[in-house]
Design a protein around this ligand. Structure first.
Ligand code: ZN
Length: 498
């Protein structure tokens, strides 16, 4: 009976999700509070749990169950169909890779990651290059094995952004690039710059902790099933019904933690908004990395850097930090929207950020299609930096060696960051079309209106649609660069005029 089989699938997926949650808890511990002496034993525990999870995911009985359900979907409800099809799709990708290749690939990534740490420290691209060569070759092989009939880069991209293809992403990025490059060229002359010193000074970390927590809570993060801690590289992780955020503090700059917290809160709100009844199944899982990033960027940038947001936030900030008594909303908004070309992606502002991503997308697609060699990578990187941002890294450490992604084997990951920005701009327009201008509730600290809309249209639908189809369903059309470009152009004009 199909329903009995479906129930068994859900039970199996839940059990796998429990193991994955326990793994994430161990990994979170490793990134936050774990004493250094626990490194080896914790690594072993993570290894043991990973092996158990892999065993369950590849157990013949589980594979048979999924195949059986996928072969006879007539009796399935629409949501059960999503659970079966998405599970089967992921399983098939995994199954086409033999165990030897999977082991070889993960060993290569682990090794290359270690080499990357030293190569970056020593500014020695040559040390990493042979590993990158092998990673590119391995990823090509992986793509061929998964689907020999399709563009290899598309097959890799789908691991992070199912449904996205180079045919849709490349023109979208091209349009962004061609409009942003001349815009960014204007940034250098100081017309658009942060009000120097605003939101900088002395902000005790204890007070900042309480302040950041209050902001996350007001925006809608539920602390009865969540935490906010600290990590060198902030991230968000979901354990079970609970979502844990991390941020990082700079006692001399209020913006540093605030925007990191808002970003992670956006991720956390998505995770907390998933359907609890479907937890552990595709219907209770986020749509894609791009859609996940749209949620973080929406709260961080579209909401958090707006004048309306600061009309609400500034009085709260003044109570926590009396030295802000004379700071105006205008000055604060300028201070959080300063923009100028810079070398490091993770420190880039909202306006230049996308060019950092487009550069990486162009390079990684060329690496995979063979039109770019690893040895030429640093020179082409620098050339594109000059062309797009008008600046050239003096070292590879500030250039091609800055990100861990390629050394971790993550080719096809970068586009999801810029897609997140593109989606976020679309979503805000769609939300305002449905709800009216959201400036008024935001200035009053009422975020539930927007959050409820996101819950209904994005969070609760899980993997019902893949990202492009989800955007089509929510906004009525395929995503384009225009809403993001309009948002960034408005921002530049607004900042120029004052
Ligand atoms: Zn993010």
């Amino acid at each position: 009976m199909p329903n009995d089989r479906y129930d068994r699938l859900i039970a199996a997926l839940r059990q796998q999700a429990d193991l994955a949650g326990a793994l994430r808890l161990l990994e979170w511990d490793q990134e936050t509070f774990m004493p250094a002496g626990a490194l080896a034993s914790r690594a072993r525990q993570i290894g043991t749990l990973s092996a158990l999870l892999h065993e369950q995911q590849t157990a013949p009985a589980f594979l048979e169950l999924v195949d059986g359900l996928a072969a006879d979907t007539a009796a399935l409800s629409p949501s059960a169909l999503v659970d079966v099809c998405e599970t089967k799709w992921r399983l098939d990708r995994k199954r086409r890779l033999d165990t030897a290749l999977v082991r070889e690939r993960s060993e290569l990534h682990a090794q290359a990651r270690g080499v990357w740490i030293d190569a970056r420290r020593d500014d020695d691209f040559g040390a990493l290059a042979p590993f990158l060569e092998r990673i590119v070759q391995t990823e090509r092989r992986v793509a061929r094995l998964i689907d020999a009939d399709r563009d290899p880069y598309d097959v890799l991209l789908e691991a992070y952004e199912p449904g996205a293809t180079t045919a849709t992403v490349a023109p979208l990025f091209q349009r962004l690039r061609d409009t942003l490059v001349p815009l960014v060229a204007q940034l250098g002359d100081g017309r658009v710059s942060a009000a120097r010193g605003t939101l900088c000074g002395s902000f005790p970390i204890d007070t900042q902790r309480a302040f950041n927590r209050a902001v996350a809570a007001q925006v809608g993060f539920d602390f009865s099933r969540g935490r906010l801690d600290e990590a060198a590289h902030p991230f968000t992780t979901t354990i079970g019904n609970d979502v844990w955020l991390t941020t990082r503090y700079d006692p001399a700059d209020l913006r540093y933690a605030l925007y990191s917290t808002l970003h992670e809160t956006g991720h956390g709100l998505y995770e907390q908004g998933l359907d609890p009844a479907a937890r552990g199944t595709p219907m209770g899982t986020s749509c894609s990395l791009g859609i996940h990033e749209s949620q973080s960027r929406l709260w961080e940038n579209q909401v958090g850097r707006s004048a309306a947001f600061w009309r609400w936030l500034l009085p709260l900030a003044r109570r926590a930090f009396p030295q802000l008594a004379a700071t105006s909303v205008d000055a604060a908004v300028r201070a959080v929207n300063g923009a100028r070309p810079s070398l490091i992606r993770t420190e880039a502002d909202e306006i230049t950020y996308n060019l950092h991503i487009i550069l990486r997308f162009e390079l990684e697609t060329a690496l995979i299609d063979g039109s770019l060699t690893v040895s030429a990578l640093p020179a082409v990187w620098n050339e594109k930096m000059r062309e797009y941002l008008g600046i050239t890294p003096e070292t590879d450490r500030e250039g091609v060696l800055q990100d861990v992604h390629w050394a971790s084997g993550a080719i096809g990951y970068f586009p999801t960051y810029a897609l997140g920005n593109v989606y976020a701009a679309h979503l805000l327009i769609a939300a305002e079309a449905a709800l009216g201008a959201i400036d008024v509730p935001i200035a009053a600290g009422e975020f539930a209106v927007l959050l409820d809309w996101l819950r209904t249209h994005i969070h609760r639908v899980g993997q019902t649609y893949r990202a492009p189809a989800l955007m089509q369903a929510v906004t009525g059309h395929a995503p384009t660069a225009e809403p993001l470009l309009a948002h960034l152009q408005r921002k530049i004009e607004l900042l120029k005029d004052r």
